[in-house]
Design a protein. Structure first.
Length: 161
């Protein structure tokens, strides 16, 4: 066997062992990186779209178009049911429209999704106080004040009931 052939055989055998050792150390493939970037871009786009559509819904409310606001809020929730900010605004809208039972249901759902939502506890405490369910009201108002001790409104509301 010639010197070149031996060298080629030695390199082939050596590199075959190295290839399996290096497999675990190689960076992700370009295709995988592209997929991750695309998924991140889509997530970012959806968040921005939802934020813009929430603003449109709130503008409708400010203009007195309650039905238009509610329709947009429900559309947002149909895409992402765990969007607590949208659900909070829907609860407020339902409450101001006089549907306290539906508002309470929305607030309870926020607390299922986000148990430490001081705003949900505060709104639910106010809603329950309006219905003279004072023991439950006080508990939620106290939770809001505990979760956000720097919030003066939450502290004052808690102390008022």
């Amino acid at each position: 066997m010639s010197g070149h052939a031996r060298l080629f055989l030695l390199l082939t055998v050596s590199l075959a062992g190295c290839a399996s050792w290096r497999d675990g150390l190689q960076p992700p493939t370009v295709a995988r990186q592209r997929q991750e970037r695309q998924a991140e871009a889509l997530r970012s786009f959806e968040e921005q779209r939802d934020a813009a559509q929430l603003e449109v819904a709130l503008d409708r409310w400010a203009q007195g178009d309650i039905a238009g606001c509610e329709s947009r809020l429900r559309t947002l929730l149909s895409r992402r049911a765990d969007n607590s900010q949208v659900r909070l605004r829907l609860a407020e809208l339902l409450w101001t429209r006089g549907d306290a039972a539906a508002a309470e249901q929305e607030l309870h759902q926020v607390l299922v999704d986000q148990p430490k939502s001081a705003e949900a506890h505060h709104l639910l405490g106010l809603l329950l106080a309006e219905q003279n369910r004072l023991a439950d009201s006080r508990a939620h108002l106290a939770s809001a004040a505990e979760l956000e001790p720097a919030n003066e409104l939450f502290r004052e509301t808690r102390d008022a009931y």
